[in-house]
Design a protein around this ligand. Sequence first.
Ligand code: UDP
Length: 283
Amino acid sequence: MLSLDNFITGSRDNLSMLGENPDFEFRQANVNEHVAVDGDVRYVLHFASPASPPQYDANPIHTLKVGTLGTMNMLGLARAKNATFLLASTSEVYGDPLVHPQPETYWGNVNPIGPRGCYDEAKRCAEAFAMAYHRAHGVDTRIIRIFNTHGPRMQVLDGRAVPNFMAQAIRGQPLTVYGDGSQTRSLCYVSDLVRGVLAVLEKGDDMPVNLGNPEEVTVLELAQIIVRLAGSSSAIEFRPLPVDDPKQRRPDIARARKLLEWQPEVPLEDGLARTLEYFRRVV
Ligand code: UDP
């Protein structure tokens, strides 16, 4: 396995456990530029992109490039190697959804010129690229739409709700809930997501498939659960809601259930407890 990362948001430390593995090779590279790979390639998994709102807000041009040029380059690699290509797309293609829960057939409600546009539109373009290479060049493509996911090895300074709330609860600082906390998210534990990704490679087709956990909570509930799991005495503090923050988000996973015989197995609180164990070690 060859892994490429430019560490814009990733971390070298996360690779340390793979250092001894003779089947794993790492190269620091930017997929927005041409990447030459020797030998046969069976799968190209394109996960590169900042994925946290403050991080893509800090790198908007890079985020646009990796979704567009990066996707084109990785599709080109898959085409040249006759490999299966998988695009890590996102629930953000649904924007601030007017249909709830979100099935793959929903086209979304995205503001192209808002602060999230650099990410949402890049991923929407990435999906269009994947379909174009599939239709025009016959590349074997997969598109997964990943809903909010968490797990060990997220960065403490990632900026998303789970890392922020966990670090704040562990430090006894107030948890920063944006808006009134009534907006909802549905959180998937990383091991369930990884099983889903592997199932898509094995059994998927070229049409997009949602991967996420339909267990929906408000952001305020999420903060309260994390305070309780951490045994913390942190207060909750309300901060301004970021522009275009989606009001609700929950995957309809009927397609994944049928096509992949997949569904999440880790309940919300069990997953959060596992992620919290990791944050206790690093905060
Ligand atoms: N959020 C929050 N406090 C934080 C970070 C995030 O209340 O410190 C909210 C954010 O406004 C959003 C939800 O939590 O409504 C999930 O945000 P996240 O950044 O995790 O991902 P998103 O689903 O927005 O991409």
